[in-house]
Design a binder for this molecule. Structure first.
Ligand SMILES: Cc1ncc(COP(=O)(O)O)c(C=O)c1O
Length: 429
């Protein structure tokens, strides 16, 4: 069946024809049939160099043989019984070893669940319901995470969230003075930060700024949560906190921590994490902070994660992915300069972003950086996709350990051709 026909069928079975709003595409998405390494093939047999990499989850490359083997063996032994098992202990031990903030770890079934649990735990520990978050940072889709996710807006970008919840969420700019003055409000007991900067570093957060934000939160005595759902196992095996030695109270992980399977994790200081323990019985009802979830730490996911951990802990996967992202950013900047396009390719670690219209994003507000005209973003993404290169939903991409110089050069040729089309069509000057 062709992509177009599958899309028609999808629209009558799934709202909008998709299972995640960012997978929506006009006139239709491509329907992926098979993936391997840093490549994927759609139902029409077209091949793509992949820079989405499972929304940043497939750090080792698609269908890495070690992960596939671990899943197959575990599936034959037990898919799921909802019991305790040894692999979840081994998996948590890896996280506790690699993450400086991690004394104890609790597994969840998604990244969204990890930030939801982090906020509940932080509120319980601090005794305060109000939370401070940074403008434009993304922490998943639950009710307490959406206000402030759209840069420059106080409105939660969704209907259905009670005002009473939005009223508990405060937003500050990613600058230490802004955070300090917001924390004058003594109702606030928690700060949460996406440590790459908004949207996997699209609005970058320098190490000095992150350190200063950490210091401000520490001085105010609030519970500090680092959302390392993107940076975890990517910036370094121990995330940004290990790389830059800036340590929070609680850390949320997902995507790579599971070996690329569905799930997530919350780890942190024992004094806070112990509130989840059955030893802290509250009024005879159960743990002080309740957390359930049928598939948390499931054996299948734990098997994939434990197989991935040695490959992620050595730092080699990150070094390869970083080198390929650097090659991509350098090649994009060279192409823009040769073609006379005002723009910049930037980013840290194994991530690249493109901004059209200025040669640096320094000094631009988050709303400006995220505010490229829809027509520009669309011309760019469609141009790349039509040339067999799939990037993330805005103008960003991620590399993995499976990206090679040949694949990057192929993508750079597509980038150059796409820019030429955009100039010809008046989308870019
Ligand atoms: C920084 C960050 N936090 C939280 C989430 C939510 O994770 P999930 O999609 O697994 O619910 C994401 C997902 O992209 C993310 O990038």
């Amino acid at each position: 069946m062709k992509n177009h026909d599958l899309s028609t069928r999808a629209r009558s079975a799934l709202p909008g024809g998709v299972s995640h709003e960012l997978r929506y595409r006009d006139p239709h998405p491509v329907f992926i049939d098979r993936t391997l390494g840093a490549e994927k093939w759609d139902r029409e047999g077209r091949r793509y160099v992949d820079f989405k990499m499972g929304s940043a989850s497939q750090m080792l490359g698609h269908c890495h043989p070690t992960i596939v083997d671990a899943i197959q063996k575990q599936a034959a032994r037990s898919i799921f019984s909802a019991d305790c098992h040894e692999a979840e202990i081994e998996w948590a031990e890896w996280v506790n070893r690699l993450y400086p903030s991690a004394e104890l770890t609790r597994f969840t079934s998604s990244g969204t669940e990890a930030t939801m649990l982090a906020l509940r735990l932080a509120r319980a520990y601090s005794g305060k319901d109000h939370v401070l978050r940074v403008d434009g940072h993304f922490h998943g889709w639950h009710d307490h995470a959406l206000k402030g996710a759209k840069p420059g807006s106080e409105q939660a970008p969704s209907l259905g969230i009670p005002d009473a919840i939005n009223d508990l969420i405060h937003i500050c700019a990613a600058d230490p003075q802004g955070m300090e003055s917001a924390l004058q409000d003594e109702r606030i007991g928690t700060v949460i930060i996406e440590v790459s900067g908004a949207n996997y570093g699209c609005v970058p957060l320098s190490t000095d700024t992150l350190r200063a934000l950490h210091d401000v939160a520490r001085a105010a005595g609030v519970v500090l949560i680092f959302d390392e759902i993107i940076t975890g196992f990517r910036w370094s095996p121990g995330g940004r906190q290990a790389r830059d030695e800036i340590v929070p109270d609680l850390t949320t992980l997902a995507k790579i921590v599971t070996g690329g399977l569905p799930g997530g994790a919350l780890c942190g200081r024992a004094a806070i994490m112990e509130l989840l323990s059955n030893a802290t019985v509250r009024n005879g009802l159960g743990p002080a902070v309740s957390h359930k979830g049928t598939f948390n730490g499931s054996p299948l996911v734990a098997a994939a994660a434990c197989a991935a951990m040695p490959l992620l802990a050595s730092g080699e996967a990150q070094a390869q992915a970083d080198a390929m992202a650097t090659r991509m950013r350098d090649g994009m900047n060279a192409a823009m300069s040769e073609l006379g396009v005002a723009g910049t390719a930037y980013g840290e670690s194994s991530i690249f972003h493109v901004y059209f219209g200025a040669e640096t994003v320094d000094g631009l507000s988050p709303a400006e950086i995220r505010g490229l005209p829809k027509s520009t973003v669309r011309a760019y993404c469609d141009g790349m996709l039509s040339r067999g290169v799939d990037i993330m939903s805005y103008t960003s991409g991620l590399t993995s350990a499976a990206h090679t110089p040949e694949l990057i050069d192929e993508a750079l040729a597509a980038f150059r051709a796409t820019l030429s089309d955009m100039i010809r069509d008046g989308v870019l000057q």
